[in-house]
Design a protein. Structure first.
Length: 568
């Protein structure tokens, strides 16, 4: 039974290494070695949305454009300049530095002042961007029935003069764009920024300046390229792509590859929820109030460009009438409490996967510990300590079983040597020893397996929490989300793992005994490139496990000893 258990564990380990290698190949742009994927079919067309030229070609330098007769002022909304020009408008708040394009009044760049760029800590982290190398923008506009032309995100708009920076003591700032008349309709788009906030109120006012009724539809969309976020690790992968939430189907992620293969299974219509673009630590999302009918879509709009969005049908506007629809645009970090306050289900963009039910209470406890200790590193240590206390009796049973196995190990080794040419007799004799000594070879395995989901959930909590980003611990660890710059923590983790291996009973099979030492060495290589917070969690767990194992062995009269392999 002992041999079978270790064989199963090695099969699991070997298969994990195969999967890791395949992901490494995919990450570096190569074809998978073991699980090749089918050829990509032509681009899929999703739900009816905006025209296929949904995103303008990336361009930083904007050429001046004069839209005919210019733009008249909309009463009560400020007087724009007579001639609109394509330009970038910079807006600064206490937490955001934003760039808008007067073509459509789209948000084309967002810089987070409180989150540093990992490559250059002197700069803020850039999420949305429209440059030669990246496209990730937030757009909105109008579409009409039967292909009627209305103001879209491609329409050149005029910027209403006003303040562009949130001053000390000021809590709110506005930026307004006004479109020319297109199809008898004018669109006035007003962004409202608030101090300390990553959500932006966006007010869309439609004014019928023509002579016939118009029935517009408002679309809100996020468009980005399908490239991996810059700086993503090759040793672990997090989701990047569109997401949709509705009360009916809850949180639905859509892989870029599924869009290519036309394997999109989402709610097409809803009266609640949101659409989002998600990546490690950060997200953007368009939000509408519950009760507003909306059509949802995910689709490819151009070469390596993908859109997720929603279309809200509006009431018919008689000549001279106007209508307003409020929306919210979130562009920020995945701070769980902030997301929960904004909209139901928005916190799910911080994706814990199938272990959410365990991960959320673990994050809650970690956050409470941070509130007391004021240091995320020490909060991690304290959380692992509390988990070890909670699982003390399960661990005690596991280590007690290991201690019994260690006590009878000399008898088993002698029996194996004596019956090495008689495998059937060896198995019978081994089971007899287990019965006589009242030892269950699986006794040390089951209590540990019960805890595995909890520690995997904690792994995802630490990997997904943006609070770890740029968070210091002690001394040389200045960022718990980045690898240890001097590899001190990975070396300590490797040593503690080897020490824990040495304290375990030596497998009777000499080959298994040697392989048991190679596994922690191979496993430790990956941790040299893992975030320091994850390595700290693993080290803490190892040290506490060694201490508990040492105490239990001593109490049971099995003096701790180091079982070193013989590599011959």
């Amino acid at each position: 039974m002992n041999d079978i258990r270790r064989t199963i564990l090695w099969v699991i380990f070997g298969f994990s290494m195969v999967l890791l290698w395949d992901q490494w190949q995919i990450h570096n742009g190569h074809k998978p070695t073991f699980f090749p994927q089918p050829a990509t079919p032509p681009a899929a067309q999703g739900s009816p949305a905006v025209k296929s030229d949904a995103v303008p070609a990336p361009a930083v330098v904007a050429a001046a454009v004069t839209p005919g007769a210019g733009v008249s002022a909309v009463p009560g909304l400020g007087q724009p300049s007579a001639t609109a020009q394509k330009q970038r408008i910079e807006v600064k708040t206490d937490v955001l530095q934003l760039s808008f394009d007067s073509e459509g009044g789209s948000l084309v760049q967002s810089v987070f002042k409180q989150y540093a760029d990992l490559n250059d800590t002197r700069k803020g982290f850039v999420l949305l961007d429209e440059s030669a190398g990246r496209v990730y923008v937030a757009q909105s506009g109008l579409i009409g029935a039967a292909g009627a032309s209305l103001p879209t995100h491609k329409t050149l708009m005029t910027v209403v003069p006003g303040e562009r920076e949130l001053k000390d003591g000021q809590n709110q700032l506005e930026l307004q764009f006004q479109s020319p008349e297109v199809g008898g309709l004018k669109l006035v788009k007003t962004y409202v920024f608030k101090r300390g906030s990553y959500d932006i109120a966006v007010r869309h006012e439609m004014v019928n300046v023509g002579n016939t009724p118009v029935t517009p539809q408002l679309y809100l969309q996020l468009v980005r390229d399908g490239n991996k976020p810059e700086g993503e690790s090759a040793f672990y992968s997090t989701f990047t792509g569109p997401a949709i939430y509705t009360e009916a189907k809850k949180y639905q992620k859509v892989e870029f590859t599924d869009i290519e293969k036309n394997k999109i299974e989402i709610d097409k219509q809803s009266t609640n929820g949101y659409i989002a673009m998600v990546q490690h630590y950060f997200a953007s999302a368009w939000l509408l109030a519950d009760g507003i009918q909306r059509d949802l879509f995910v689709r490819k709009v151009d070469n390596n460009l993908y859109a997720v969005g929603m279309i809200a049908p509006l009431q018919a506007l008689a000549p001279g009438a106007s209508q307003v629809l409020e929306a919210k645009l979130f562009v920020g970090p995945q701070e769980e409490k902030t997301l929960e306050a904004l909209a139901p289900g928005l916190e799910l963009v911080k994706d814990y996967g199938w272990l959410t039910i365990l991960a959320k209470p673990l994050y809650w406890l970690l956050d409470k510990l941070h509130g007391v200790l004021q240091n995320w590193g020490w909060a991690i240590v304290a959380l692992v300590l509390l988990l070890k206390i909670a699982f003390y009796w399960l661990n005690a049973k596991a280590y007690a079983s290991m201690a019994k196995m260690k006590a009878i190990n000399p008898k088993i080794m002698e029996m194996r040597e004596r019956l090495k040419d008689k495998p059937q007799e060896m198995q019978v004799a081994m089971m007899k020893i287990y019965r006589e000594e009242k030892v269950n070879p699986m006794g040390g395995c089951f209590p540990i397996m019960v805890q595995i989901p909890v520690f995997i959930a904690l792994y995802w909590v630490l990997l997904s929490s943006v609070e770890m980003r740029n968070a210091p611990w002690v001394g040389w660890i200045r960022d718990l989300s980045a690898p240890d710059p001097y590899f001190i923590l990975p070396v300590v983790m490797t040593l503690t793992t080897l020490l824990q291996t040495a304290l375990n009973p030596m497998p009777p099979d000499p080959m298994q005994a040697k392989l048991m030492w190679f596994m922690p060495l191979i496993f430790s290589v990956m941790f040299f490139f893992f975030p320091a917070g994850l390595v700290l969690y693993w080290i803490t767990n190892n040290i506490l496990s060694i201490a508990q194992q040492w105490v239990i062995n001593t109490r049971m009269g099995v003096p701790p000893q180091f079982n070193m392999p013989k590599f011959k």
